[in-house]
Design a binder for this molecule. Structure first.
Ligand SMILES: C[S@@+](CC[C@H](N)C(=O)[O-])C[C@H]1O[C@@H](n2cnc3c(N)ncnc32)[C@H](O)[C@@H]1O
Length: 300
């Protein structure tokens, strides 16, 4: 006898909870009725304008499911709009730490990668080294008010991102929080994070810096928390970065630089802290790969 599948109500609950992205990966589960229920639920809550934006984004992301990195036709206008704003920003202020050619698409992929890990509008997210808000733009749009937190010691980059990428209303409505400490100190927000994101930070961070981020994750994330960090894997011992300084532009340096870390070293340092690490298949963005880090006991 066949076991009955989940009801539409169960699917809807799952979509609105942390398991939603996994369900949505099976596109067939996202039937028109489920979509309609999600839409009604989203609209029934407070903060209608922001809920609508989150829902619109959800609808777009459903079509750009994890593992497939093409941009769906409906998302192209917003990708193009963000790209144009970023080009304006960089033409006026010069290099802001990330390549301009892939700016909007790489930011979009950061949101998508978190969605694949179960991000939903009510998630609480920390973006370490958020720079000029390439990934933050999408996260701020998607998350409920107050859900986004960014750390960036180069304060001007955040100011540029807010000015060029977001409207004043969007910032006021979504209330993103920022801190400018250079110590990767996530405790300043007094929050427990469902997600840590470090997009293109471990491609510059020294090993001690990366370990500080792991410690912050252990201290300030929820038990089921996920840390997504993009990185470039060292292909030989010689490529494994041994320096003790940030390599690349920052609040202290205008010299570009990119470094690689050995996956074996990362795995060991995670293990020391009771964390497991998995390299996700496929490209993250800009030639980097995603590492998914979480508590070893939280693995399903
Ligand atoms: C390559 S950018 C990536 C920005 C953003 N995550 C993105 O994907 O667009 C790295 C950022 O990390 C910032 N950074 C440098 N030192 C840092 C520190 N100690 N703590 C946090 N961020 C730092 C740099 O200023 C830079 O803006």
């Amino acid at each position: 006898m066949q076991t009955p599948g989940p009801s539409d109500e169960d699917k809807t609950t799952a979509i609105l909870s942390g398991t939603g992205a996994r369900l949505l990966r099976l596109k067939s589960h996202a039937s028109p009725r489920v979509r309609e229920l999600v839409r009604r639920l989203l609209e029934s809550r407070a903060g209608l304008a922001s809920r609508r934006r989150a829902e619109a984004l959800l609808a777009l992301i459903d079509k750009d499911l994890p593992g497939r990195f093409g941009v769906p036709a409906e998302a192209r206008p917003s990708i193009a709009r963000v790209q144009a704003r970023a080009e304006d920003m960089m033409s006026r202020h010069g290099f802001l730490g990330v390549p301009i050619e892939t700016f909007a698409r790489a930011g979009w992929r950061q949101l998508n990668a978190l969605r694949a890990e179960g991000l939903h509008p009510r998630s609480v997210v920390l973006d370490i080294g958020c720079g000029c808000l390439r990934g933050a733009y999408w996260l701020i749009q998607f998350l409920d008010p107050g859900g986004y937190h960014g750390i960036e010691p180069n304060r001007v980059r955040v100011e540029h991102g807010l000015r060029y990428l977001l409207t004043l209303d969007e910032t006021k409505d979504k209330r993103p929080r920022f801190d400018f400490n250079p110590h990767f100190d996530s405790s300043v927000f007094g929050a427990r994070f469902d997600f840590f994101l470090a997009g293109s930070s471990w491609t510059h961070a020294s090993k001690p810096d990366s370990e500080t981020m792991l410690d912050a994750f252990v201290r300030d994330s929820t038990l089921e928390g996920v840390f997504l960090t993009s990185y470039l894997r060292a292909r030989s011992a010689a490529e494994d970065y041994r320096g003790d300084r940030w390599s690349g532009t920052s609040h202290e340096s205008s010299a570009p630089g990119v470094i690689r870390h050995s996956l074996a070293w990362i795995t060991q340092r995670c293990g020391d802290r009771g964390l497991s690490v998995t390299e996700r298949s496929g490209e993250a963005f800009d030639g980097q790969r995603w590492l998914r880090i979480r508590r070893a006991e939280a693995r399903s």
